[in-house]
Design a protein around this ligand. Structure first.
Ligand SMILES: [Zn+2]
Length: 74
């Protein structure tokens, strides 16, 4: 896959999270406080990218180190 910013070939790999904290995306206008469960993330129109209960790193991702951009499959 080529980087949508610079056009260079992106490196292929996997994305994960440490210490069972998971990884999520939120729309810019949304905010969550303190304990962030999957339900709260989804209630705020967010997307759970890596569930906090996942033990395996299974989400493939492409990275452009030059632009510091990551494209994640979730
Ligand atoms: Zn790039």
């Amino acid at each position: 896959m080529n980087c949508p910013m610079c056009g260079n070939e992106m490196k292929f790999g996997k994305i994960g999270a440490r210490a069972g904290a998971g990884l999520f995306w939120l729309p810019d206008e949304e905010k969550v406080k303190f304990i962030v469960s999957n339900n709260i993330i989804e209630k705020h129109n967010g997307i759970v990218l890596v569930d906090c209960n996942e033990w395996q790193i299974s989400h493939t991702a492409y990275v452009c180190e030059g632009c510091r951009k990551v494209i994640i499959d979730y």
